[in-house]
Design a binder for this molecule. Structure first.
Ligand SMILES: [Zn+2]
Length: 533
């Protein structure tokens, strides 16, 4: 027994030492894991805390005697002009634009007394408010006079007729209330108010209103840009319409954020075509043109170009993070850990997906004329909105590589444009824009972002490197459906704030001095010395 037990003792000792070793190494692994998790947790927590919101102190600004009632009436009247732009120009009504011009002249007497007014290419307007300090470069505010048509058949879905400019207790309704008669009228109201209160700009302020932004801006904004370029004008900055104050952007708990587009995507349409043997459908000879082209389109749609969570997108989320609910804030503060997860979440939403990458959309597919004939030809058009990370050349290379089929011809269609340059967010003009937004919209934060559609701003890129695209309209996703859609409307309160914002932006950046007291009043860039407001 002893022998046996001795025999057993040895292996038992051995066993227990192995067991101890295993337990020790398990304990070690456990502690290592615990320490690692604690370490990661600590880093995540520290970085999250670093993204906590800093307290803001909105400055006191006032806008005494701003006639909101009158401004709303004038906006309502402006909505009643059918200055519609259509792709084929059949809906273009020159008289409506002329009547609109006359209405603007009547409505803003001081603007027309103190500013130079020029009609460019018959229907666009350029106003120059001459500054008195030639050392300061001018700035420009832009908007557009045209609107999109109302989709035939949807007129009856409007709560009030789309060109009635109907005013309720809370809203003004109609095509152009958001995009963007509010911008044209809001800017003119701002200048009229400044003139009424005796202001005079130190630097020249231009107001430029194109008349065909909704098609391509070639007859309007492009012509205005040519005029200014011929005169050798260089701007310190340009503020165009653009992104808005987004409510509930990532979550219901998120506070509103003013998104300022600092760049605009490029535009490219490619025609893909294929020719193959046709013939009668009773004796098919393998794959048809339609089959070959469908395969290529399928490959393109299932292999989008790479998304990027760097550059503009990263700035968007990092500046937004301090005011986001904790899970979002943690993820953004710790992209080193959560990048993949966050990127997948953004790719799943069409809007954030479009902001992250060059998008691919097949818009035309054309082949076949008769049910029993195999067509020889098939053609498709694929539209790409080119992210500033990419170029048109890179997109074409991606298409060739993805399709990888010599039977498919690829042709670049006219109207392509590279992505815009990215404007600076560290310069004083962006900072002043941020300040102006917060002075009027106290509850919002400001983030740079990317414009996924196109604006007139792309025609002005040679006049300045500081182009910002922002329209101070509060909207959530459902409001945005009204732009170019049914029941477009703006709240009266929002329109009033919009005018205040333009006044404030002009006061802050153009250093507008009260005319009556221009020598004794010291006005700083923030308008703090403003004695009239
Ligand atoms: Zn617009």
């Amino acid at each position: 027994m002893t022998q046996v037990s001795e025999n057993f003792i040895l292996p038992h000792c051995y066993q227990s030492s192995v067991l101890t070793l295993i337990i020790t190494s398990l304990e070690y692994s456990f502690y290592l894991l615990l320490v690692t998790l604690l370490g990661v947790g600590l880093v995540v927590l520290t970085r999250t805390i670093m993204f906590t919101q800093k307290a803001r102190t909105p400055r006191d600004v006032s806008f005494s005697g701003l006639d909101i009632h009158g401004a709303v009436q004038r906006l309502s009247q402006a909505i009643q002009f059918k200055t519609v732009s259509t792709q084929d120009q059949h809906g273009f009504n020159a008289d409506e634009f002329r009547r609109q011009h006359a209405f603007i002249q009547e409505s803003f007497p001081r603007v027309h007394q103190h500013l130079k007014r020029e009609v460019i290419n018959e229907f666009s307007l350029l106003y120059t408010w001459q500054g008195n300090d030639e050392k300061l470069k001018p700035v420009m505010f832009t908007s557009h006079l045209d609107v999109v048509p109302v989709e035939p058949g949807t007129e009856g879905d409007w709560e009030y007729p789309p060109f009635s400019g109907h005013i309720t207790d809370t809203h003004v309704y109609g095509r152009g209330t958001m995009d963007v008669q509010c911008g044209v009228m809001g800017l003119l109201e701002a200048v009229e108010w400044l003139l009424e209160h005796g202001y005079k700009p130190a630097r020249t302020i231009y107001l430029a209103f194109g008349h065909d932004e909704e098609v391509d801006g070639i007859e309007g904004a492009m012509k205005i840009a040519e005029v200014l370029e011929r005169r050798g004008v260089e701007l310190d900055y340009l503020l165009d319409e653009g992104l808005v104050i987004a409510h509930n952007l990532l979550s219901q708990k998120q506070e509103p954020v003013a998104l300022v587009a600092i760049a605009e995507k490029g535009y490219l349409s490619l025609e893909l075509s294929v020719e193959s043997e046709g013939g009668h459908s009773s004796v098919p000879q393998g794959v048809t043109s339609i089959g070959i082209l469908s395969g290529a389109i399928h490959k393109l749609e299932s292999n989008p170009m790479a998304g990027h969570l760097s550059g503009i997108m990263r700035s968007t989320f990092e500046t937004m993070a301090p005011r986001l609910p904790i899970p979002y804030r943690s993820a953004i503060a710790n992209l080193w850990l959560f990048r993949k997860l966050f990127q997948n979440r953004l790719s799943a939403e069409p809007a954030t997906n479009a902001a992250m990458r060059t998008t691919t959309a097949t818009t035309i597919f054309d082949s076949g004329i008769k049910e029993n004939l195999i067509p020889t030809q098939a053609k498709a058009v694929v539209n790409f909105r080119v992210h500033p990370h990419d170029t048109i050349e890179k997109v074409i290379a991606h298409v060739r590589k993805t399709v990888e089929d010599p039977r498919i011809k690829i042709r670049k269609l006219d109207g392509y444009i590279e992505p815009s340059p990215v404007s600076d967010t560290n310069c004083k003009y962006y900072k002043l824009l941020k300040v102006s937004i917060r002075q009027v919209f106290n509850d919002v934060s400001v983030s740079p972002s990317l414009m996924v559609g196109a604006t007139d701003a792309r025609h002005y890129t040679h006049l300045t490197k500081n182009i910002y695209r922002f329209l101070p309209i509060r909207s959530d996703a459902s409001d945005l459906d009204r732009v170019h859609g049914t029941n477009e409307r703006i709240t009266i309160d929002n329109y009033a704030d919009m005018i205040r914002f333009y006044i404030q932006m002009m006061r802050n950046t153009a250093v507008v001095l009260p005319r009556t007291d221009s020598h004794s009043t010291k006005v700083n860039l923030f308008g703090a010395g403003d004695t009239t407001a």
